[in-house]
Design a protein around this ligand. Structure first.
Ligand code: AMP
Length: 308
């Protein structure tokens, strides 16, 4: 049992009201892989340039993250720079230098083709489908996307979504994709496009999940210190899919298992709450399974109340 993840591996330059970090490890696949590796082995597919250092690779080594699918090619690694104001829910992209990511064509190593769980990070929907074409009938396909693809390649995105079980996006993206302002209507429209499960991320306002059985809401963990929200969405996805994949191996029914899906939302929220406590992957790399389990329990107390 393992998860195949495809997405960006990046250098990020991030400025928040609390400080600045230059050219630190980032990228959707990096955050996802480290978070998911707490639960199941992860096979990472991505691309970096010649400038990607051994120090960055150390983040993945010593965990259950297979790097055979991480290509190193001539050129520079993808670089993203962003800036947050005091409202940490809103960020401004300062620059996106695609570099080696511009000509990225995911090649799935033979060993990865039987992956039962796949996470399609935020890349061109055509490439996301290319990945699905290279794997043998996965049991669960989860997917992320962003405004750039929703407006830029709507038809390609629709074709990809028809092959996706779980879509994880933020509230603005859900509205844009569906053309509906109301989130319940938006969820109905998006689920009709293919995904049986829609997870809507709302930053510090938590998460809403929509399934056949109805909806489930989880708050974000109320933290005293939020330092850098970059990667919280991908880290959520890593905790969510990682937890589900671990359950699936135990005979649960994957996206059909309502109780496991709810616990997966809380596990995703738990992992994301650690991610935002420091720049880059710094907090995730020091995280222990004991800390994860303790905060997961705190979520139970956070939302528990006695019935009338
Ligand atoms: P999140 O905060 O979860 O939305 O993810 C932030 C991460 O996404 C950063 O580490 C960036 O390196 C990466 N990222 C930003 N823009 C893009 C893009 N256009 N394509 C792929 N990855 C990106």
């Amino acid at each position: 049992m393992s998860i195949l993840v495809v997405g960006s591996v990046a250098y990020d330059t991030v400025e928040t009201p609390f400080g600045k970090a230059e050219r630190v490890l980032g990228g959707s696949a990096s955050f996802f892989a480290v978070a998911a590796s707490f639960f199941v082995p992860v096979n990472l597919v991505g691309v970096v340039g010649e400038d990607f250092g051994e120090e960055q690779l150390q983040a993945f080594r010593g965990r259950d993250i297979d790097l055979e699918g991480l290509e190193r090619v001539p050129g520079k690694t993808f670089h993203w720079a962003g800036k947050y104001s005091f409202d940490l829910n809103a960020r401004e992209t300062i620059c996106t230098e695609l570099n080696v990511f511009e000509t990225f064509k995911p090649k799935i190593p033979a060993r990865y083709r039987r992956s039962e769980h796949v996470f399609l990070g935020n890349i061109d929907p055509v490439l996301q489908r290319d990945v699905l074409d290279q794997v043998e009938r996965p049991r669960l396909v989860a997917c992320d996307t962003m405004n750039f693809w929703i407006s830029g390649k709507p038809d390609e995105l629709r074709r990809t979504l028809s092959r996706v079980d779980i879509l994880l996006i933020n509230d603005a993206e859900a509205r844009q994709l569906s053309g509906e302002w109301n989130m319940v209507k938006a969820a109905r429209a998006i689920r009709a496009m293919g995904p049986r499960v829609l997870v809507v991320k709302k930053g510090e306002h938590g998460v809403l999940m929509f399934t056949e059985a109805g909806s489930f809401a989880a708050p974000a963990y109320p933290l005293e210190e939020v330092f850098d929200p970059t990667g919280a969405g991908d880290t959520f996805a890593g905790g969510f899919v990682g937890y589900l994949a671990a359950q699936d191996g135990g005979g649960a029914r994957g996206p059909e298992d309502g109780a496991a899906l709810r616990r997966a939302v809380i596990m995703g929220s738990t992992l994301a709450s650690f991610c935002v406590e420091a720049f880059s992957l710094d907090r995730l790399l020091r995280l222990t399974r004991g800390e994860i389990d303790a905060r997961f329990q705190l979520f139970k107390d956070l939302t528990h109340f006695e019935p009338l």
